[in-house]
Design a protein around this ligand. Structure first.
Ligand code: CP3
Length: 341
């Protein structure tokens, strides 16, 4: 069985001897070969140059026996392609070129033709697809409308998300118009990624956990459901939300085949709450990758045992790997999973 088949079987909740494994922000700052490329080009140059984006995507797979690759890009290429650019702030975090706070700005955002403007992502996907020779799975991704809107309305990374929540509560027509534009853009973008060779798509609702439980549907989930409904039936979509354990049972009705789960919950408990037809991805605490190979082996084994006998588990960290992660911890993680019986 190839890694790609293993990954797709897990998405379809087929029985497997061991779960497939991959890691987000695997192309991140913990790899010296990534830092070497980054010393020569900026993050956005790398994202927008298909050869470089493909190379960064493949770097972790050359080191570790992972079952899937996630394309090197960023969720914020969507606002940028609609007319709201961004940069990384010197002090850390994201700075958008402006704060979205009036109708004139909203009117200027253009969701039509985003797929052409993001052709560089499609080209990177096609390059990686060829290199993987059908042996490993290739993931495309994007942000949820809600998570993208937080950056657009806050003007970048935020501490309290007060502006986006205030917009949601006080000006529903503006909020809805923004979500409709993002939904249109994301449907076009994901269709392009599927055409370019993505085997699955992960939707990051990274800020899904900041809205009150009963508002999650109106703020985020209904837009995600609309996107998934517009994509080919049965195409594997992984829906990830951070800090939203009580939303997981609602997320199971989004049309997503897989739910991505953060590290704060017991995955075995979530397994019993979510229908058997939905696979679960997760959920080791990323901080473990900064510890020791022995601790990683112990904790990864514990998670594997928790999920023993269940179907549809994709082994993953509960969020992206940190720049402080140790290579020997990644080696220990992949070895523990691939040798588990
Ligand atoms: O695994 C991969 O390498 C896939 C590529 C990937 C990146 N970002 C590359 C990246 C993916 C899947 C993302 C998703 C992403 N980007 C999300 C959703 C997932 C999550 O983290 O919850 C979000 C919110 C973003 C926006 C973003 N991009 C943030 C908040 C940051 C960190 C900024 C900071 O201050 O550190 C980024 C930068 C980023 N995206 C890096 C990488 C490899 C680090 C860039 C660098 O410094 O080299």
């Amino acid at each position: 069985m190839t890694s790609r088949e293993r990954f797709l079987s897990a998405c379809a909740c087929q029985p497997l001897d061991r779960p497939p494994v991959w890691v987000m922000r695997q192309a991140g700052r913990y790899l010296p070969e990534y830092r070497a490329l980054k010393a020569k080009s900026s993050f956005l140059e790398m994202v927008k140059t298909p050869e470089l984006a493909a190379e960064v995507t493949l770097q972790p797979l050359r080191r570790f026996a992972l079952d899937a690759a996630i394309i090197f890009s960023d969720i914020l290429v969507i606002p940028e392609a609609m007319g709201q650019g961004y940069k990384f702030r010197d002090e850390g975090g994201i700075g958008m070129d402006f704060r979205l706070d009036n109708i004139a700005q909203l009117d200027r955002l253009d969701p039509t033709g985003v797929a052409q403007r993001l052709d560089y992502v499609g080209q990177a996907l096609t390059r990686v697809k060829t290199e993987l020779k059908g042996e490993k799975a290739l993931l495309g991704f994007g942000g949820s409308p809600w998570t993208l809107a937080t950056y657009m309305v806050e003007g970048g990374s935020s501490e309290d998300f007060a502006r986006i929540k205030q917009l949601f509560f006080t000006d529903r027509p503006f909020f809805t118009a923004l979500m409709e534009k993002l939904t249109t853009a994301l449907i076009e973008y994901f269709k392009m990624q599927i055409k370019a060779g993505a085997d699955a798509i992960q939707i990051f609702d990274s800020w899904g956990g900041i809205i009150a439980g009963q508002d999650y549907e109106a703020a985020s989930l209904r837009w995600v459901r609309e996107i998934i409904a517009a994509l080919p039936k049965d195409f594997p979509i992984i829906l990830y939300a951070k800090g939203a354990p009580s939303q997981l049972t609602d997320m199971a009705f989004s049309g997503a085949k897989v739910l991505g789960v953060d590290w704060t919950v017991d995955l075995g408990v979530i397994r019993r709450l979510v229908p058997d037809s939905i696979a679960l991805q997760g959920n080791l605490d990323p901080v473990l990758m900064n510890t020791t190979p022995e601790i990683v082996r112990r904790e990864a084994t514990r998670l594997l045992e928790t999920m023993r006998g269940t179907r549809g588990h994709i082994f993953n960290l509960g969020h992206g790997i940190m720049p402080e992660a140790k290579i020997e911890c990644m080696e220990s993680l992949v070895e523990t999973i691939t040798q588990w019986k």
